[in-house]
Design a protein around this ligand. Structure first.
Ligand code: NAD
Length: 342
């Protein structure tokens, strides 16, 4: 297998490259990344060829797609608040960029796996989001992710492109940056707790998410690539865990072996109360996968934070230089409030 990973220098992408690098079936890994939120240092010790550039560069894409048997398209401008700040920029990368990737794949028809998001469900009241629910994105980001999966399925129907669009829920784990305005909730919690600060919670903390350890996500992605799994509908990539922010705080305290306080902040407009996946379709396609339990995933995340100082990644450059040990006595210079969207 010759795999092209777009967005491979990012959080999920670099974890995926590490897993792919350990597979006998994988002959070559190429990453296309513009390093806007990713970081080349995430790939430093991996046998990966990094092409620094944008998925909006169709010439570059065409060159990289030629010879790839598998394309795993993760490149995106992530985050709901980012898309609220600049919807056109999110559309350009996430929707138009995906179209560029698919168009580049039209001639040689590699297997294409893509990342959509639970944000396409919007505020659907169904306790478990199954793939047959109507989609109602509430943010420009969610709309761009709906476009991502819709274009993929349209290319499958129109041009016989073998595709597998996944809807990721709240993915967490090593390499996920904290310390910037758009940080996700788990790195924000871990970063605060390691500094002895209260974890920031918007609202009452009863809002629940289907937090999914990145190792479980990359296990499914790698297996999908090896077995060339395709689907005529998007597939949730989460396991139906219902974890409130308050119980997340308690689980983190358990892992750290000391109490963790919360700082309650104003509730955020548009913050969805419940976001749990139905995993029925996923487990039908990947019956052998077992999700990493929260406590184990949190332990690995905390260890990574401790080992690597502040995480590398664009969001960190202005805060703590990578490689510097975490000093829990130092206050965080750029405290994130923890995004729970996506
Ligand atoms: P990330 O920001 O760490 O990774 C995105 C990568 O894409 C970065 O390395 C970035 O530099 C790169 N990129 C951005 N614009 C690009 C462009 N124009 N050309 C080439 N590369 C570009 O985010 P992540 O959490 O690893 O997300 C990976 C994918 O998963 C994204 O598509 C995201 O929308 C999706 N997703 C993530 C989550 C989550 O919880 N992390 C949830 C739902 C969906």
């Amino acid at each position: 297998m010759k795999v092209l990973v777009t967005g491979g220098a990012g959080f999920i992408g670099a974890n995926l490259c590490r897993r792919l690098a350990g597979l006998a079936e994988v002959e070559r890994i190429t990453v296309l990344d513009d390093l806007s939120t990713g970081d080349a240092r995430n790939l430093a010790d991996l046998p990966v060829e990094l092409a620094e550039g944008s998925i909006l560069d169709s010439g570059l894409l065409a060159r990289l797609v030629t010879g790839a048997t598998t394309v795993i398209h993760l490149a995106a401008r992530p985050s709901v608040p980012r898309s609220l700040a600049d919807p056109l920029a999110s559309h350009a990368v996430n929707a138009t960029g995906t179209l560029h990737v698919l168009e580049a794949c039209r001639a040689t028809r590699p297997h294409v796996i893509l990342a959509s998001s639970s944000s396409v469900y919007g505020d659907s009241p169904a306790p478990y989001k199954h793939e047959d629910l109507p989609t109602r994105p509430l943010s420009p980001y969610g709309a761009t992710k709906l476009a991502t999966e819709a274009y993929a399925l349209a290319y499958a129907a129109s041009f016989a492109l073998p595709v597998l669009p996944f809807r990721f829920f709240n993915v967490y784990g090593p390499l996920q940056p904290a310390g910037h305005a758009y940080a996700a909730v788990i790195p924000a919690f871990v970063s605060a707790a390691l500094r002895g600060l209260p974890v920031p919670i918007h609202g009452d903390g009863a809002q629940a998410r289907d937090f999914t350890y990145v190792g479980s996500v990359t296990e499914v992605l790698a297996d999908a690539a090896v077995r060339r799994v395709t689907s005529g509908t998007p597939v949730n990539l989460a396991f139906g865990a219902r974890i409130s922010l308050l119980s997340l705080k308690d689980a983190l305290a358990e892992v750290l072996g000391r109490p963790v306080e919360a700082e309650f902040l104003h509730a955020r407009a548009g913050d969805i109360r419940e976001s749990q996946a139905s995993a029925r379709l996923l487990l039908g396609l990947f019956p052998a996968v077992r999700p990493v339990p929260l406590a184990d995933g949190l332990r690995a995340t905390v260890e990574w934070f401790r080992r690597s100082a502040e995480p590398v990644g664009a969001g960190h450059r202005e805060t703590v230089p990578p490689g510097r040990p975490v000093d829990s006595s130092q206050p965080c210079r750029s405290m994130s409030t923890g995004e729970v969207g996506d």
